[in-house]
Design a protein around this ligand. Structure first.
Ligand SMILES: [Zn+2]
Length: 159
């Protein structure tokens, strides 16, 4: 994602292309790129330096922290924007800036049900609690629904 300054006319220029996902320098084994980094950028030069706005896209495979299932996760950054001061070099490399934005878009704790398309199959309460919980008491159930009833009431009164 190197931009040659001489390629940019006064009115700016549109750049589109694909970069190898290796530019992300991902070291986590459970973050697996499944596509190149696609970019579509409008680049221009102003007094402040070189500026670029546009979008970055990449498809990843992540692992759910709860059920350990792998799932596809699309990264779609529609409002990428950066400004780089010109230092006299003929080229400006936008790679580190793109990398930073993409890494920021990744969830710190990936969950496979992030988009609501699929329920997470992790056991309720986690594996450790299994079998040690007392059997459900119907009276507890009633108390719980009474509490929810009150909460519903509160919500209703607020509106
Ligand atoms: Zn899951």
């Amino acid at each position: 994602m190197k931009i040659h300054l001489q390629q940019i006319p006064d009115e700016g220029k549109h750049f589109e292309g694909e970069a190898n996902p290796a530019i992300l320098e991902l070291s986590e084994p459970y973050i697996v790129p499944e596509s190149p980094v696609r970019y579509s950028l409008d680049v221009g030069i102003s007094e402040g330096g070189l500026f670029a706005t546009g979008s970055l896209e990449l498809d990843l495979r992540l692992r759910c922290v709860r059920c350990l299932d792998e799932f596809p996760f699309p990264v779609r950054i529609r409002d990428f924007a950066c400004q780089v001061e010109l230092t006299g070099n003929e080229t400006v490399d936008l790679t580190p800036l793109a990398r930073e934005d993409i890494l920021l878009a990744l969830p710190a704790h990936p969950h496979c049900d992030w988009d609501g398309q699929k329920p997470c199959e992790a056991p309720v309460g986690g594996l450790l609690n299994r079998g040690s919980e007392p059997s459900p008491n119907p009276q507890d159930g009633n108390r719980t629904s009474a509490v929810w009833g009150q909460l519903d009431q509160l919500n209703f009164e607020k509106e």
